[in-house]
Design a binder for this molecule. Structure first.
Ligand code: CMP
Length: 137
């Protein structure tokens, strides 16, 4: 079984969609190993997204991710990274397939409801960014 990190972003929490997204996660056969709501500091958001530092959308991304609480989840499934990315849909909701979370719920490429790790190695780093091993059931 593989693991990935999911983030329900501030727009997901503000729109009261966390329950619907958790339902979709469970309906699609993921195990939830850890789940918590947190408010990212500016330093945490900058560190989490350091790979995007210098890109034109970086400041906007940090502002958005710190504007309200997020819900972070560690998910487990066969091919979890690809499976969660498929359920999320394309980064830009205008390009996302029907039935995906971003097609259903996202406003635009910046406010796109959810995050997912892009590779298994990235997932390890991202899960340990938010969870200690003892928090993963
Ligand atoms: P996420 O999967 O969280 O990883 C990086 C985020 O940067 C991405 O989702 C988008 O929300 C955001 N992003 C990527 N491209 C753009 C863009 N062109 N404009 C604004 N935000 C973007």
């Amino acid at each position: 079984m593989d693991r990935t990190l999911a983030i329900m972003k501030p727009d997901c929490v503000q729109k009261k969609l966390v329950g619907k997204v958790v339902d979709k996660i469970l309906e699609n056969g993921f195990n939830i190993l850890g789940l918590k709501m947190i408010r990212l500091s500016e330093a945490q958001a900058k560190a989490f997204y350091d790979v995007h530092e210098g890109k034109p959308f970086y400041d906007e991304l940090v502002d958005f991710m710190t504007e309200g609480p997020v819900v972070v989840a560690s998910l487990e499934k066969e091919n979890a990274v690809a499976a969660w990315r498929e359920l999320m849909g394309a980064t830009n909701p205008t390009e996302a397939d029907e039935g995906t979370l971003r097609k259903l719920f996202a406003d635009n490429v910046g406010r796109n409801i959810v995050h997912g790790s892009d590779a298994t190695e990235t997932a390890k780093r991202e899960i340990s960014f938010f969870f200690s091993e003892t928090e993963l059931i």
